[in-house]
Design a protein around this ligand. Structure first.
Ligand SMILES: [Zn+2]
Length: 414
């Protein structure tokens, strides 16, 4: 049976781990930095070694083609990213790139040919850690940005994306060719889960049905800032007391909404004047609501609105709620999901069908083509930190499943 090589996967991931700006404190590899350049050089050499045709496009996406027998047919794309957050881990993005590379190597070693061409893609800046825009490479590839947008993005030192592209030797004058729906047949991405579901259940593989939508609400409560000693309890219009009541009620709001997958977080709060001996006059806080089901997000939003209104009334406060961000849930392709699931069953792999709580480049591609995603467990769910870890044997299993799915989608000949 065709299998990928765990030792090579381990070697590649451990080599890439060394390209960090913070040695000893996790992986810091911002897009188009020196560390990123070294990682790119290593990977491009590995890709050329197995005969891939490598192309680099603005704003820095690497696209490496393995020619099929019928190259005029739409190609099958597979990949992820190698940029990181500051002091992040060695597996986020990298696991998917190396699994894809290893799948290609295994095909080449076994002289396997496919009808459709295959393309390994490494998206530039998935994390948004340098130029402040997450999913940047895939957004450029799909035509959400063009060549004229290159100088609109700047890093914290004032260097524009255009300058960084020039430094990388890219042509910044020619328009960026947008990926057309008829050029590509499907996109696959393997990624570490970045949560606890697979690890808790001891299941090595996740097959992703969809990516949760996310809505950000901002709630403002206004009361009266007053003397903390001289104002009797019953006369207070305390904005923070109102906010605390709302925040504490969120778990029961979620429960009563009847949407089992909705999750919600209050992660940011500003209190004014934020002084020990003054009753808070104004509090602003955010509520992050996520669900794969748009209905779930809507239900929780309306329950939150209702409850905020009641709390404001009870405490003599004014209130305002605004939507600060809204991304609809994305369902991945049923067709590709079926292919991955059938291949997992054939190989007798244990898997779980699941939802991704985090966004990925593949989500952007799902507007143009059929997308499938495979998750491998994150130990203790840790991610975006130096402790981030996935067992190499799980990545190898994921790479095998990726390989089998690619061979189905690209139509293996021999
Ligand atoms: Zn990632």
């Amino acid at each position: 049976m065709l299998v990928t090589n765990e030792q090579r996967i381990k070697r590649d991931i451990e080599i890439l781990k060394k390209f960090t700006a913070t040695p000893g404190a996790g992986v810091t590899r911002l897009s188009l930095s020196d560390e990123d350049r070294k990682a790119r050089e290593y990977l491009i050499a590995e890709m050329k070694e197995i005969g891939l045709l490598v192309k680099i496009e603005s704003p820095g996406n690497i696209r490496a083609r393995l020619r099929g027998k019928e190259p005029e047919k739409p190609f099958v794309m597979v990949g992820s990213h190698i940029d990181s957050v500051v002091k992040g881990g060695a597996f986020d993005g990298v696991a998917g790139v190396i699994a894809a590379l290893e799948a290609f190597r295994t095909m080449q070693e076994n002289n396997i040919e496919t009808r459709h061409s295959l393309e390994l893609v490494i998206f530039m800046e998935e994390e948004g850690s340098r130029f402040g825009r997450a999913l940047m490479g895939s957004s450029f590839l799909c035509g959400k940005f063009g060549i004229d947008d290159l100088d609109k993005f700047r890093d914290s030192n004032g260097i524009t994306l255009k300058e960084a592209n020039v430094a990388l030797g890219l042509d910044v004058d020619r328009p960026i060719k947008r990926l057309q729906p008829d050029e590509v047949k499907a996109m696959l991405e393997l990624h570490v889960e970045q949560s606890v579901v697979l690890d808790n259940q001891g299941i090595p593989l996740g097959i992703i049905e969809g990516i949760a939508g996310v809505r950000w609400l901002e709630v403002t409560l206004r009361g009266v800032a007053d003397h903390a000693g001289a104002t009797p309890m019953s006369f207070r219009q305390d904005a923070l007391r109102g906010a605390a009541t709302v925040i504490a009620a969120i778990p029961s709001i979620i429960n009563s909404s009847g949407s089992p997958h909705t999750v919600s977080t209050v992660g940011k709060l500003e209190c004014n004047p934020n002084v020990t001996n003054v009753i808070p006059g104004e509090v602003k806080f955010t509520i992050d609501i996520r669900d794969i089901d748009k209905e779930g997000i809507e239900k929780v939003t309306s329950k939150v609105k209702e409850f905020v209104k009641k709390v404001a009334k009870d405490n003599g406060l004014n209130h305002e709620i605004s939507i600060k961000g809204d991304n609809a849930p994305v369902y991945l392709s049923k067709k590709v999901l079926n292919v991955i699931e059938e291949e997992a069953q054939k190989a007798d792999f244990q898997y779980l069908k699941m939802i991704s709580g985090a966004a990925h480049d593949s989500m952007v591609l799902s507007e143009l083509t059929d997308v499938g995603m495979i998750f491998v467990p994150s130990i203790n769910g840790r991610s975006h930190c130096p402790e981030e870890k996935t067992n190499y044997r799980d990545i190898k299993l994921g790479a095998d499943l990726l390989l089998y799915s690619l061979l189905r989608l690209a139509e293996r000949i021999v």
